[in-house]
Design a protein around this ligand. Structure first.
Ligand SMILES: Nc1ncnc2c1ncn2[C@@H]1O[C@H](COP(=O)(O)OP(=O)(O)OP(=O)(O)O)[C@@H](O)[C@H]1O
Ligand SMILES: [Mg+2]
Length: 305
Protein backbone atom coordinates (compact mmCIF):
# COMPACT_ATOMS: atom_id res chain seq x y z
CA UNK A 1 0.00 0.00 0.00
CA UNK A 2 1.30 3.48 -0.81
CA UNK A 3 2.61 5.88 1.76
CA UNK A 4 0.05 8.12 3.34
CA UNK A 5 -2.70 5.55 2.80
CA UNK A 6 -3.44 5.71 6.50
CA UNK A 7 -4.50 9.31 6.17
CA UNK A 8 -1.34 10.56 7.80
CA UNK A 9 1.37 11.91 5.53
CA UNK A 10 4.54 9.79 5.72
CA UNK A 11 7.52 11.54 7.33
CA UNK A 12 9.26 13.76 4.79
CA UNK A 13 12.81 12.75 5.53
CA UNK A 14 15.12 10.38 7.28
CA UNK A 15 16.12 13.18 9.65
CA UNK A 16 12.51 13.73 10.64
CA UNK A 17 12.27 10.09 11.69
CA UNK A 18 15.58 10.13 13.55
CA UNK A 19 14.73 13.35 15.40
CA UNK A 20 11.20 12.20 16.09
CA UNK A 21 12.47 8.97 17.59
CA UNK A 22 15.01 10.90 19.68
CA UNK A 23 12.20 13.09 21.01
CA UNK A 24 10.34 9.91 21.86
CA UNK A 25 13.35 8.74 23.89
CA UNK A 26 14.95 6.41 21.35
CA UNK A 27 18.42 7.11 19.95
CA UNK A 28 18.23 5.30 16.65
CA UNK A 29 21.28 4.09 14.77
CA UNK A 30 21.63 5.17 11.15
CA UNK A 31 20.27 1.79 10.02
CA UNK A 32 17.30 1.85 12.40
CA UNK A 33 16.29 5.35 11.30
CA UNK A 34 16.62 4.43 7.63
CA UNK A 35 14.56 1.24 7.87
CA UNK A 36 11.86 3.01 9.90
CA UNK A 37 11.69 5.79 7.31
CA UNK A 38 11.40 3.25 4.49
CA UNK A 39 8.71 1.36 6.39
CA UNK A 40 6.56 4.49 6.37
CA UNK A 41 7.32 5.23 2.74
CA UNK A 42 6.88 1.72 1.37
CA UNK A 43 4.21 0.53 3.80
CA UNK A 44 6.13 -2.68 4.46
CA UNK A 45 6.53 -4.58 7.74
CA UNK A 46 9.96 -4.51 9.40
CA UNK A 47 11.63 -7.58 10.80
CA UNK A 48 14.03 -6.60 13.59
CA UNK A 49 16.55 -9.20 14.71
CA UNK A 50 19.41 -9.04 17.17
CA UNK A 51 20.63 -10.18 20.57
CA UNK A 52 18.58 -9.67 23.73
CA UNK A 53 18.22 -6.19 25.17
CA UNK A 54 19.45 -4.09 22.24
CA UNK A 55 16.26 -2.10 21.77
CA UNK A 56 14.15 -4.16 19.36
CA UNK A 57 10.89 -3.89 21.29
CA UNK A 58 11.64 -0.33 22.32
CA UNK A 59 11.94 0.74 18.67
CA UNK A 60 8.29 -0.21 18.10
CA UNK A 61 7.22 1.57 21.27
CA UNK A 62 9.15 4.69 20.25
CA UNK A 63 7.60 4.63 16.77
CA UNK A 64 4.20 4.59 18.41
CA UNK A 65 5.09 7.56 20.63
CA UNK A 66 6.75 9.42 17.75
CA UNK A 67 3.54 9.89 15.76
CA UNK A 68 1.10 9.35 18.55
CA UNK A 69 -0.20 6.10 17.19
CA UNK A 70 -1.61 3.53 19.60
CA UNK A 71 0.59 0.47 20.07
CA UNK A 72 -1.05 -2.90 19.56
CA UNK A 73 1.21 -5.67 20.83
CA UNK A 74 1.10 -9.35 20.16
CA UNK A 75 3.52 -11.27 22.37
CA UNK A 76 4.39 -14.58 20.71
CA UNK A 77 4.95 -17.87 22.50
CA UNK A 78 4.96 -21.56 21.68
CA UNK A 79 1.43 -22.72 20.99
CA UNK A 80 0.09 -19.25 20.17
CA UNK A 81 -2.92 -19.81 17.94
CA UNK A 82 -5.46 -17.90 15.92
CA UNK A 83 -7.88 -17.63 18.84
CA UNK A 84 -5.33 -15.61 20.79
CA UNK A 85 -3.92 -13.68 17.84
CA UNK A 86 -6.91 -12.99 15.57
CA UNK A 87 -10.27 -13.35 17.23
CA UNK A 88 -12.36 -15.59 19.41
CA UNK A 89 -16.10 -16.00 19.87
CA UNK A 90 -17.29 -15.11 23.33
CA UNK A 91 -18.77 -18.50 24.22
CA UNK A 92 -20.08 -17.47 27.63
CA UNK A 93 -21.96 -14.54 26.22
CA UNK A 94 -23.31 -16.71 23.40
CA UNK A 95 -24.47 -19.28 25.93
CA UNK A 96 -26.20 -16.64 28.02
CA UNK A 97 -27.91 -15.32 24.92
CA UNK A 98 -29.17 -18.79 24.05
CA UNK A 99 -30.39 -19.40 27.61
CA UNK A 100 -32.37 -16.16 27.74
CA UNK A 101 -34.10 -17.06 24.50
CA UNK A 102 -37.83 -16.35 24.45
CA UNK A 103 -40.22 -18.86 22.96
CA UNK A 104 -41.02 -18.43 19.30
CA UNK A 105 -37.62 -17.38 17.90
CA UNK A 106 -36.10 -19.75 15.42
CA UNK A 107 -32.63 -21.26 15.62
CA UNK A 108 -31.63 -19.24 12.54
CA UNK A 109 -32.46 -16.00 14.38
CA UNK A 110 -30.41 -17.03 17.36
CA UNK A 111 -27.51 -18.14 15.21
CA UNK A 112 -27.47 -14.87 13.29
CA UNK A 113 -27.41 -13.03 16.55
CA UNK A 114 -24.72 -14.95 18.41
CA UNK A 115 -22.34 -14.84 15.46
CA UNK A 116 -22.50 -11.07 15.14
CA UNK A 117 -19.84 -8.51 16.04
CA UNK A 118 -21.33 -8.15 19.54
CA UNK A 119 -20.13 -11.63 20.41
CA UNK A 120 -16.70 -11.36 18.85
CA UNK A 121 -13.58 -10.77 20.90
CA UNK A 122 -10.93 -9.10 18.75
CA UNK A 123 -7.37 -10.13 19.48
CA UNK A 124 -4.32 -8.00 18.54
CA UNK A 125 -4.20 -8.74 14.80
CA UNK A 126 -7.90 -8.08 14.30
CA UNK A 127 -7.68 -5.00 16.51
CA UNK A 128 -4.82 -3.62 14.44
CA UNK A 129 -6.60 -4.34 11.16
CA UNK A 130 -9.95 -2.93 12.19
CA UNK A 131 -8.69 0.13 14.08
CA UNK A 132 -10.15 3.44 12.94
CA UNK A 133 -6.92 5.26 13.71
CA UNK A 134 -3.64 3.95 12.29
CA UNK A 135 -1.72 1.95 14.86
CA UNK A 136 1.76 0.50 15.32
CA UNK A 137 1.49 -3.27 15.41
CA UNK A 138 4.27 -4.98 17.33
CA UNK A 139 4.54 -8.73 16.81
CA UNK A 140 7.10 -9.44 19.49
CA UNK A 141 9.42 -12.46 19.50
CA UNK A 142 7.96 -14.14 16.44
CA UNK A 143 10.67 -16.81 16.65
CA UNK A 144 8.91 -18.19 19.75
CA UNK A 145 5.72 -18.97 17.79
CA UNK A 146 5.39 -22.08 15.62
CA UNK A 147 5.88 -22.17 11.87
CA UNK A 148 2.13 -22.70 11.29
CA UNK A 149 1.50 -19.44 13.05
CA UNK A 150 4.03 -17.74 10.80
CA UNK A 151 2.16 -19.01 7.76
CA UNK A 152 -1.11 -17.58 9.06
CA UNK A 153 0.61 -14.30 9.77
CA UNK A 154 1.91 -14.12 6.21
CA UNK A 155 -1.63 -14.06 4.93
CA UNK A 156 -2.60 -11.23 7.22
CA UNK A 157 0.52 -9.24 6.41
CA UNK A 158 0.18 -9.56 2.66
CA UNK A 159 -3.56 -8.87 2.34
CA UNK A 160 -4.23 -6.77 5.43
CA UNK A 161 -7.53 -8.52 5.83
CA UNK A 162 -8.96 -11.26 8.01
CA UNK A 163 -11.69 -13.58 6.93
CA UNK A 164 -14.21 -14.64 9.58
CA UNK A 165 -16.41 -17.44 8.15
CA UNK A 166 -19.54 -16.41 10.07
CA UNK A 167 -19.13 -12.69 9.48
CA UNK A 168 -17.22 -12.10 6.28
CA UNK A 169 -13.97 -10.36 5.48
CA UNK A 170 -12.63 -7.60 7.71
CA UNK A 171 -10.47 -5.31 5.62
CA UNK A 172 -7.99 -2.84 7.03
CA UNK A 173 -9.44 0.66 7.26
CA UNK A 174 -6.02 2.07 7.95
CA UNK A 175 -2.60 0.65 7.31
CA UNK A 176 -0.75 -0.30 10.48
CA UNK A 177 3.00 0.15 10.75
CA UNK A 178 4.13 -3.40 11.52
CA UNK A 179 7.27 -4.42 13.42
CA UNK A 180 8.22 -8.03 14.06
CA UNK A 181 11.04 -8.83 16.42
CA UNK A 182 13.09 -11.98 16.75
CA UNK A 183 15.93 -13.14 18.99
CA UNK A 184 17.01 -15.59 16.37
CA UNK A 185 16.24 -18.71 18.39
CA UNK A 186 15.12 -20.29 15.13
CA UNK A 187 15.49 -19.42 11.48
CA UNK A 188 12.38 -17.67 10.16
CA UNK A 189 10.89 -18.73 6.83
CA UNK A 190 12.13 -17.18 3.62
CA UNK A 191 8.52 -16.33 2.77
CA UNK A 192 8.25 -14.13 5.84
CA UNK A 193 11.62 -12.46 5.28
CA UNK A 194 10.76 -11.71 1.69
CA UNK A 195 7.75 -9.65 2.74
CA UNK A 196 9.63 -7.58 5.30
CA UNK A 197 12.29 -4.92 5.43
CA UNK A 198 15.14 -6.20 7.56
CA UNK A 199 16.95 -4.53 10.43
CA UNK A 200 19.77 -6.14 12.36
CA UNK A 201 20.21 -4.38 15.69
CA UNK A 202 23.52 -5.00 17.37
CA UNK A 203 25.24 -3.67 20.48
CA UNK A 204 25.89 0.03 19.87
CA UNK A 205 29.34 1.61 19.76
CA UNK A 206 30.62 3.23 22.94
CA UNK A 207 29.58 6.78 22.06
CA UNK A 208 25.99 5.85 21.29
CA UNK A 209 25.66 3.64 24.32
CA UNK A 210 26.97 6.50 26.42
CA UNK A 211 24.21 8.70 25.01
CA UNK A 212 21.59 6.01 25.67
CA UNK A 213 22.70 5.51 29.27
CA UNK A 214 22.83 9.31 29.71
CA UNK A 215 19.26 9.54 28.44
CA UNK A 216 17.95 6.91 30.86
CA UNK A 217 20.13 7.76 33.88
CA UNK A 218 21.05 11.44 33.66
CA UNK A 219 21.99 11.46 37.35
CA UNK A 220 25.12 9.40 36.72
CA UNK A 221 28.18 11.68 36.35
CA UNK A 222 29.72 11.49 32.87
CA UNK A 223 33.14 10.28 34.03
CA UNK A 224 31.45 7.39 35.74
CA UNK A 225 29.25 6.50 32.78
CA UNK A 226 32.29 6.58 30.50
CA UNK A 227 34.02 4.12 32.74
CA UNK A 228 30.88 2.00 32.95
CA UNK A 229 30.63 1.81 29.16
CA UNK A 230 34.31 1.00 28.89
CA UNK A 231 33.91 -1.88 31.31
CA UNK A 232 30.73 -3.14 29.64
CA UNK A 233 32.43 -3.13 26.24
CA UNK A 234 35.41 -4.96 27.65
CA UNK A 235 33.07 -7.55 29.21
CA UNK A 236 31.27 -7.92 25.87
CA UNK A 237 34.55 -8.66 24.15
CA UNK A 238 35.07 -11.74 26.34
CA UNK A 239 33.71 -15.04 25.18
CA UNK A 240 30.66 -15.19 27.46
CA UNK A 241 27.47 -17.23 27.46
CA UNK A 242 25.44 -14.07 27.77
CA UNK A 243 27.12 -10.72 27.11
CA UNK A 244 25.57 -7.71 28.88
CA UNK A 245 22.93 -5.81 26.87
CA UNK A 246 22.01 -2.13 26.80
CA UNK A 247 19.26 -2.93 29.28
CA UNK A 248 21.92 -4.19 31.70
CA UNK A 249 24.17 -1.15 31.18
CA UNK A 250 21.17 1.00 32.14
CA UNK A 251 20.42 -1.15 35.20
CA UNK A 252 24.02 -0.99 36.31
CA UNK A 253 24.07 2.79 35.92
CA UNK A 254 20.90 3.04 38.04
CA UNK A 255 22.42 0.78 40.69
CA UNK A 256 25.57 2.91 40.89
CA UNK A 257 23.43 6.01 41.43
CA UNK A 258 21.41 4.29 44.14
CA UNK A 259 24.58 3.10 45.88
CA UNK A 260 26.13 6.54 45.56
CA UNK A 261 29.29 5.08 44.00
CA UNK A 262 31.96 7.67 43.26
CA UNK A 263 34.07 5.40 41.09
CA UNK A 264 34.00 1.93 39.57
CA UNK A 265 36.92 0.40 41.41
CA UNK A 266 37.53 -3.26 42.04
CA UNK A 267 35.43 -3.35 45.19
CA UNK A 268 32.41 -1.63 43.58
CA UNK A 269 32.76 -3.87 40.55
CA UNK A 270 32.94 -7.07 42.59
CA UNK A 271 29.81 -6.12 44.48
CA UNK A 272 27.75 -5.07 41.47
CA UNK A 273 28.98 -7.14 38.53
CA UNK A 274 26.08 -9.57 38.87
CA UNK A 275 23.89 -6.82 37.43
CA UNK A 276 25.60 -7.18 34.06
CA UNK A 277 26.78 -10.79 34.18
CA UNK A 278 24.24 -13.46 34.94
CA UNK A 279 25.85 -16.86 34.46
CA UNK A 280 27.92 -18.66 37.07
CA UNK A 281 30.72 -19.48 34.61
CA UNK A 282 30.66 -15.98 33.11
CA UNK A 283 31.04 -14.44 36.57
CA UNK A 284 34.30 -16.33 37.06
CA UNK A 285 35.71 -15.26 33.70
CA UNK A 286 34.72 -11.64 34.22
CA UNK A 287 35.97 -11.46 37.82
CA UNK A 288 39.32 -12.71 36.67
CA UNK A 289 39.77 -10.68 33.48
CA UNK A 290 38.06 -7.40 34.33
CA UNK A 291 38.37 -7.43 38.11
CA UNK A 292 42.12 -7.79 37.85
CA UNK A 293 42.46 -4.93 35.37
CA UNK A 294 40.37 -2.68 37.62
CA UNK A 295 42.52 -3.70 40.57
CA UNK A 296 45.65 -2.69 38.65
CA UNK A 297 44.08 0.61 37.62
CA UNK A 298 44.26 -0.39 33.96
CA UNK A 299 40.69 0.58 33.21
CA UNK A 300 39.01 3.96 33.47
CA UNK A 301 40.60 7.26 34.47
CA UNK A 302 43.76 7.01 32.36
CA UNK A 303 41.86 6.27 29.14
CA UNK A 304 38.73 8.32 29.73
CA UNK A 305 40.60 11.65 29.58
N1 LIG B 1 18.53 3.20 20.95
C1 LIG B 1 18.00 3.27 22.17
N2 LIG B 1 17.62 4.45 22.70
C2 LIG B 1 17.09 4.49 23.95
N3 LIG B 1 16.92 3.43 24.75
C3 LIG B 1 17.28 2.23 24.28
C4 LIG B 1 17.84 2.09 22.97
N4 LIG B 1 18.13 0.79 22.76
C5 LIG B 1 17.76 0.14 23.88
N5 LIG B 1 17.25 0.99 24.79
C6 LIG B 1 16.76 0.62 26.14
O1 LIG B 1 17.27 -0.67 26.41
C7 LIG B 1 16.32 -1.46 27.09
C8 LIG B 1 16.12 -2.78 26.40
O2 LIG B 1 15.46 -2.60 25.18
P1 LIG B 1 14.39 -3.64 24.61
O3 LIG B 1 13.54 -4.17 25.68
O4 LIG B 1 13.72 -2.97 23.47
O5 LIG B 1 15.34 -4.78 24.08
P2 LIG B 1 14.99 -6.03 23.15
O6 LIG B 1 15.97 -5.99 22.04
O7 LIG B 1 13.54 -6.03 22.81
O8 LIG B 1 15.34 -7.23 24.13
P3 LIG B 1 14.70 -8.71 24.20
O9 LIG B 1 15.25 -9.42 23.01
O10 LIG B 1 15.23 -9.23 25.49
O11 LIG B 1 13.22 -8.55 24.19
C9 LIG B 1 15.05 -0.62 27.20
O12 LIG B 1 14.99 -0.06 28.49
C10 LIG B 1 15.26 0.46 26.17
O13 LIG B 1 14.65 1.64 26.57
MG1 LIG C 1 11.99 -7.34 23.30
Amino acid sequence: MAAGSDGMPAPASLEEVRDGLANAGYLASEAAALVSFLAYKLGKPVLVEGPAGVGKTELAKALSRFRDRPLVRLQCYEGLDEAKALYEWNYRKQLLRIQTEVAGTTWTDVQEDIFSADFLMGRPLLQAISAEEPVVLLIDEIDKADQEFEAMLLEVLSDFQISIPELGVVEAKTHPLVLLTSNNTRELTEALKRRCLYLWLDYPDAERELEIVGLHVPELPETLSRKLIEVVHMVRSLDLKKPPSIAESIDWARALVVLGAADIDKSVFDRTMSIIVKHRSDLDVVAERVGVRLGNGLLGKAESG
